[in-house]
Design a protein around this ligand. Structure first.
Ligand SMILES: [Zn+2]
Length: 329
């Protein structure tokens, strides 16, 4: 573990030690507190000796995100005892349930806008983010991908969800919503944590405003052909000051907007000799065009079929999220 993190954790433990000593002075009959104090002292001792952060069973390094979440852990994930393993599984199950509850209602409609999505975490939780917020015949949509995987990424995803839900309730133009979300996200994310996303607002007139912040191109397909809406800004969480410019377009009845995470575009073919053989954005765009005239749910089903056909026997390699939005008649 880097010196910076150990120093941070050491300060955290010193604070906890003081708190524990105060609590014990007030409630000496609480035996649990004394046990915790012994564990804190033992962790501080390991820091002095330089053995902190190494598994006591295999002497390999303990996962850093777990130490940051709980500086008292003494075993790597492979060497948890039965009790710890069960506790971890309960935590993950709960986190997974919390995350599933944040997803929008399947088949949601707002005015003439029809939607469908597919959300598939690789593990119990995902760093992918998808939300649909209807208001007065308009639809606010967002799809993103938080750096990293697992619980740490899912916590950030949860935070983004709350941020956008709060900000879209305010009378702000979309550009300001993204700018504000970026600022708050920057303040709370650790260095190296960021999120790429596409968000937008679809109005009842068919006018759509889209911001692509460092994410894969959004695909719009309709009678006018296929349009890619490329990123025009940096991911959220990288810099406090960011310029998030918008793309505006007019969607006609029957036109489809398709958003996806790299779980689709970077899916790999199990037969490929060349490791660069990815599904790719071209194939996404081609498929969306081919499916013109179909419903959002049909487009999602067709993309999943096509991805599985491409990947062959290869297991899912990443979190996956797809979102299709069509302007109905
Ligand atoms: Zn171990």
């Amino acid at each position: 573990m880097a010196t910076l993190e150990v120093t941070f954790l050491q300060n955290q433990l010193e604070v906890r030690k003081q708190r524990l000593e105060q609590a014990i002075a007030l409630a000496p009959q609480n035996s649990g507190l004394a046990g915790l104090l012994r564990e804190v002292d033992s962790a501080l001792e390991r820091m002095d000796k330089g053995t902190y952060g190494f598994c006591e069973q295999c002497h390999d390094t303990i996962e850093q995100d777990r130490l940051l979440a709980d500086p008292l852990v003494r075993y790597c994930l492979d060497h948890l005892n039965e009790h710890e393993r069960a506790a971890l599984q309960r935590d993950l199950d709960l986190a997974s349930a919390v995350q599933r509850n944040l997803l929008p209602r399947p088949g949601l409609r707002a005015g003439s806008w029809e939607t469908s999505y597919h959300y598939a975490p690789l593990g119990p939780v995902s760093g992918d983010y998808c939300d649909l917020i209807p208001s007065d015949g308009q639809l606010f949509f967002v799809l993103g991908d938080v750096s990293g995987k697992g619980v740490a990424a899912s916590m950030l995803m949860t935070q983004l969800h709350a941020l956008f839900r709060s900000l879209t309730g305010l009378p702000l133009p979309l550009g300001q919503i993204v700018t504000q979300a970026n600022r708050v996200f920057c303040e709370s994310a650790l260095a190296g944590q960021y999120a790429t996303l596409v968000c937008g607002q679809a109005k009842s007139t068919g006018e759509v405003e889209i911001h692509n912040a460092g994410h894969l191109p959004a695909i719009v397909a309709g009678r006018g052909g296929v349009l890619r809406i490329e990123s025009t800004g940096l991911p959220l969480g990288m810099f406090l000051e960011g310029d998030f410019s918008a793309t505006r377009l007019q969607m006609e009845p029957g036109d489809m907007l398709f958003l996806y995470t790299d779980g689709l575009s970077e899916a790999r073919n199990s037969q490929a000799r060349n490791s660069d053989d990815e599904y790719g954005v071209d194939r996404v765009a081609h498929l969306v065009r081919q499916q013109a005239g179909h419903t959002p749910a049909e487009l999602i089903a067709a993309s999943l079929d096509d991805m599985r056909m491409f990947a062959g026997a290869a297991a899912q390699q990443d979190d996956l999220c797809l979102l299709a939005i069509r302007r109905g008649n």
